[in-house]
Ligand binder design. Structure first.
Ligand code: MG
Length: 364
């Protein structure tokens, strides 16, 4: 059987690789989450088992033009605008769109998605500057980050550009060099297809399972389910520190005008609500005490990483954003909608547990 087709001018084989990637990932245990075993709740060849949902796989890219994402992908960048992207702190990005590509403006800082992602399949295409300047880590450096700014897959012009192996194109920076150097010459479009398994942390912050990566560079396997030791970073391999399972995907500003196009993601694992990571400044306006009557107060505090901490009747919950003023908890089915006046000032909240809603008025 022909799994996929290599074309001499073909660029990326993402749609054709998707099944292969998933097969590798699932076959190796889905990042240690115990998915390697067939589900015992179904018989072998069980005729009542639901069929896989159909997906239009889209088309692969060629150098001259990007392909079409699979039908179930979330398109993060389609070539025309930076809607859904912002700077690392949630403010407006200064990256620009030129000729169907988004381009890093040196000195502008990282760019990140507003939406947060956990386990996922990420496709993106990048081109390092055609005009070669610098050497080693200074040539065409950027990076694809998961976990906001914690875990980097290196973007670099690694075409005839020696540098340390664990910092070359496709490396899990400082941890794993790519299996091979599949780089194209500077200026040409290249692709990454990355299967990311997010680390998991318990309620008290202990590490439950590490992050895992499988990745293809220009259709060539460069990582087969490697286990990250913790965050990536220059000089040191830092230990894991607890963070939400879903966080934005970011692209690095390392001082070079690297371009990106055709960025899409498919969320994996159990479906959930979309989650967003708003700026700390945007969240700060919700912080305070709210009077729900009966001499009871509801308290809302900042919790970092785009979360709010919600305390009611002595019980505390982390709230995740599903919209600019709408939040939910994951351990208990609590929904929280903040209310504003016409000027945008927060006046109160309505939270619900099960049916109905409880209104609480914000105190000064
Ligand atoms: Mg980098």
């Amino acid at each position: 059987m022909k799994l996929h087709t290599y074309s001499s001018r073909g660029l990326c084989l993402a749609p054709y690789l998707a099944g292969l990637v998933l097969a590798v990932w699932l076959g190796l245990g889905g990042g240690g989450l115990g998915w390697a075993q067939p589900d015992p709740s179904w018989l072998a060849h069980d005729r009542t088992r639901p069929a896989p949902p159909p997906v239009d796989p889209g088309t692969g890219s060629i150098v001259a033009e990007p392909g079409r994402p699979p039908s179930d992908a979330i398109v993060l960048f389609g070539g025309s605008d930076l809607v859904g992207w912002c700077a690392l702190d949630g403010s407006a990005t200064r990256w620009v769109v030129k000729d169907g590509a988004m381009e890093c403006v040196p000195g502008s800082g990282y760019i990140r998605t507003m939406q947060a992602f956990g386990d996922c399949q990420l496709h993106l295409e990048f081109a390092t500057p055609a005009h070669v300047e610098g050497e080693g880590q200074g040539r065409g450096n950027s990076g694809v980050f998961f976990g906001l700014n914690r875990y980097e897959i290196q973007v670099l012009d690694s075409y005839e550009n020696p540098t340390y192996a664990d910092g070359s194109a496709g490396a899990v920076y400082i941890q794993y060099p790519p299996l091979v150097n599949a780089s194209r010459p500077p200026g040409q479009w290249q692709s990454f297809d990355i299967v990311w398994t997010a680390p998991r942390f318990g309620a008290d912050g202990q590490l439950l399972s590490k992050a895992w990566v499988t990745a293809f560079h220009n259709g060539v396997l460069v990582h087969l389910n490697v286990e990250l030791t913790g965050p990536t970073g220059w000089l040191t391999r830092a230990p894991y520190r607890a963070h939400p399972e879903k966080l934005p995907i970011a692209l690095q500003d390392h001082g070079n005008p690297v371009r990106f196009r055709n960025i899409w993601v498919r969320e994996l694992g159990k479906p959930g609500k979309p989650e967003f990571t708003f700026s700390e400044a945007a969240l700060r306006r919700f912080v305070g005490e709210y009077d729900r009557g009966r001499n009871e107060l509801v308290r809302v505090e900042p919790a970092g990483d785009g979360l709010l901490r919600f305390t009611v009747q002595g019980a505390t919950f982390d709230l995740f954003a599903e919209g600019p003023s709408r939040f939910f908890a994951k351990t208990t089915d609590i929904q929280c909608q903040f209310e504003t006046d016409p000027q945008g000032a927060v006046t109160g909240l309505v939270f619900s547990v099960g049916e109905g809603g409880i209104r609480a008025k914000k105190l000064k």
